[in-house]
Ligand binder design. Structure first.
Ligand code: DAU
Length: 346
């Protein structure tokens, strides 16, 4: 029986959170979204444009004192923490923001919710979901079995190390304070509204703009791709049925090399043309993880979740979304913040 109603979504302007909000509003939840707008003020318009009396947006950082006041005043039934600096390459250039948001910010949320719970100032069935990543497990060889929830944490870059740190702090709050936390770890998401710095939107936008797609190293690294809506439905299941102190892995059962992904996109956009002319091999990402793969049996057995989108259909839809909504990406790509990033990285 669902008793939860009021949900705080942090990082609500980000790609996965924004898609999650849309899923939740279909099911009559009251959503308050916060974001520090670190990526781009532009993204804000998308969130503000949600027309629903069940939705509200406030600019706020998870590391601030204001967030504690807000949590107390609104009496949320649950918090889903999506707020994170998420781009591996950026964390390689500078890790400060990653430690600030992904570790200190999460700690701030936990500490403040824990205080409120101890004082009886939050609903008795309050729960907290930390949205994490498969990257906390580190890298697999081609033949190793996929990560399970009990695989050891062995992050390799500043981004994944910051996410793993947050996971450990969450689990310490569960053990020490019986804090009602659950952690989700998902593989690579794709779908509408992903920031154009990431591989799939970058590839589509580069083709639109007559630029080559930069492939790091030999392009043989493997990622397990999942359609963002499948991931969001999984998080919703954890929110509604998950057990405190548990970790839940989500994956898309679609392991592909980067080169295969890019060839797929070129095939959709430029059918029957030679893919190589759209590709440029560039210097490899330092410490580049070879392969991520997720064993998602636990969520199938415990929560009855499995992805419902087929990769080939979902990638087709996604590429077409970026083509039909190219203004959305172009507006971000024209900001100084984005241009400076591309200049620095490529
Ligand atoms: O596995 C989950 C993770 O997936 C999330 O935790 C991260 O927040 C998310 O950014 C993503 O990390 P990746 O590093 O796998 O995603 P990205 O899109 O940056 O890169 C995907 C692969 O493509 C990776 O092997 C690096 C490669 N790549 C990426 C870019 C941006 C290229 O070859 N060229 C590029 O220009």
């Amino acid at each position: 029986i669902k008793t939860m109603q009021k949900i705080l979504i942090t990082g609500g302007n980000g790609f996965i959170a924004f898609n999650f909000i849309k899923v939740m509003l279909k099911d009559d939840y009251d959503i308050l979204s916060i974001d520090n707008l670190s990526l781009s003020k532009y993204l804000n318009h998308e969130t503000i444009n949600i027309k629903s009396d069940k939705f509200k947006f406030i600019e706020c950082d998870i590391g601030s004192n204001d967030v504690c006041e807000l949590i107390k005043n609104y009496q949320f039934d649950a918090i889903v923490n999506f707020a994170a600096e998420s781009h591996v390459d950026k964390s390689i250039h500078s890790s400060n923001l990653f430690v600030d948001t992904n570790i200190r910010g999460v700690n701030n949320l936990l500490a403040c919710c824990n205080d409120l719970i101890k004082k009886g100032d939050l609903p008795s069935d309050f729960r907290f979901i930390q949205v994490s990543t498969d990257e906390v497990y580190g890298s697999l060889t081609q033949t190793e079995p996929a990560f399970t929830e009990s695989s050891i944490l062995k992050p390799t870059n500043p981004y994944s190390a910051s996410k793993a740190s947050a996971d450990l702090i969450c689990m310490s709050y569960f053990k020490t304070h019986h804090f009602p936390v659950m952690i989700t770890r998902c593989s690579n998401n794709f779908g509408p509204y992903q920031y154009p710095e990431k591989l799939i939107p970058l590839a589509v936008n580069n083709i639109i703009n007559n630029k080559k797609i930069p492939i790091y190293g030999n392009g043989q690294q493997i990622r397990d791709w999942i359609y963002v809506e499948d991931h969001c439905l999984g998080i919703k299941k954890v929110l509604e049925q998950g057990q405190f102190g548990h970790v839940y892995n989500f994956g898309g059962y679609s392991e592909l090399t980067n080169l295969e992904i890019i060839e797929n996109i070129i095939q959709i956009m430029k059918p029957n043309e030679i893919a190589n002319q759209y590709i440029e091999y560039v210097e490899d990402r330092p410490g580049h993880d070879t392969r991520y793969a997720i064993n998602a049996e636990k969520v199938l057995n415990d929560l009855g979740w499995k992805p419902s989108h087929k990769f080939s259909n979902a990638i087709d839809e996604t590429v077409n979304w970026y083509i039909n909504n190219s203004e959305w990406s172009q507006n971000i790509m024209q900001t100084d913040q984005y241009k400076n990033w591309v200049e620095k990285q490529y």
